[in-house]
Design a protein around this ligand. Structure first.
Ligand code: AMP
Length: 220
């Protein structure tokens, strides 16, 4: 059983790295932002509660977010472990988490704000099938159109300059202190996230003592 938290500013590649670890080690990838985006997309009651905060680039209410995480983990579908992505984001959430759950390590992807800006403002999402693109490193073949379904590519509603500036300020004010709590428990492994995706994945595994990616797993 492996239980990890992955923390890093938007655009640090958390989602990508978490998905790769999850696929390789049979971990359940629990991304709070994805859960919320699903609810907004399908106009659920929860979606209506979180929509405004999300589009303003603000954190959703702590009690609500904690209940979402508690309910998700209570499904106990994580027989080989989980990787929690996007939670905790502040001291209160970190305390809630440490009181109820134990974790093997907190993976911290370290990225300067200037690089965050460059990466995040290049992100695009297919409005039809949800496939992710990035105009820096994963451009669509036809400009503005999804390679898979031809749908229109749009920015995530919370990927505007304004919302990004709010998220960066919020991150440093709130998430840095949460990271400090884990650091005090010697749970944090910090990885330089400016490196390429495979190099970051390698560094994470080296630090966690996990088997390194094979040629086959790198290709997938
Ligand atoms: P992300 O995909 O991680 O960038 O999350 C997208 C949005 O979901 C954030 O900007 C917040 O509005 C909300 N969100 C995600 N995780 C949390 C959390 N741990 N606490 C509060 N709000 C969150």
């Amino acid at each position: 059983m492996r239980k990890y938290v992955i923390m890093g500013i938007q655009g640090s590649g958390k989602g990508t790295q978490a998905k790769q670890l999850a696929a390789e080690f049979d971990l359940v990838h629990i991304a709070v932002g994805d859960i919320y985006r699903w609810h907004v997309q399908y106009h659920t009651k929860l979606g209506a509660q979180v929509r405004r905060a999300m589009s303003a680039g603000e954190l959703v209410d702590d009690a609500l977010t904690e209940s979402v995480v508690r309910d998700r983990l209570a499904l106990h579908d994580w027989n080989y472990g989980f990787i929690l992505d996007g939670f905790p984001r502040n001291r209160r959430q970190a305390q809630f988490f440490m009181e109820g759950y134990d974790v093997d390590a907190v993976i911290h992807l370290d990225l300067p704000d200037s690089e965050v800006r460059r990466r995040v403002l290049a992100r695009r999402l297919c409005s039809n099938c949800g496939m992710d693109y990035n105009l820096i490193e994963h451009r669509p073949v036809r400009e503005g159109r999804c390679d898979a379904c031809g749908g229109e590519l749009v920015s995530r509603e919370d990927d505007t300059e304004e919302a990004l500036a709010a998220r960066l300020a919020d991150y440093h004010a709130k998430t840095d202190p949460a990271l400090e709590l884990f650091r005090a428990k010697e749970l944090v492994v910090s990885v330089d996230a400016t490196a390429s995706k495979p190099a970051v994945q390698r560094a994470i595994r080296e630090q966690l003592g996990l088997p390194l990616p094979t040629r086959k797993s790198r290709a997938s």
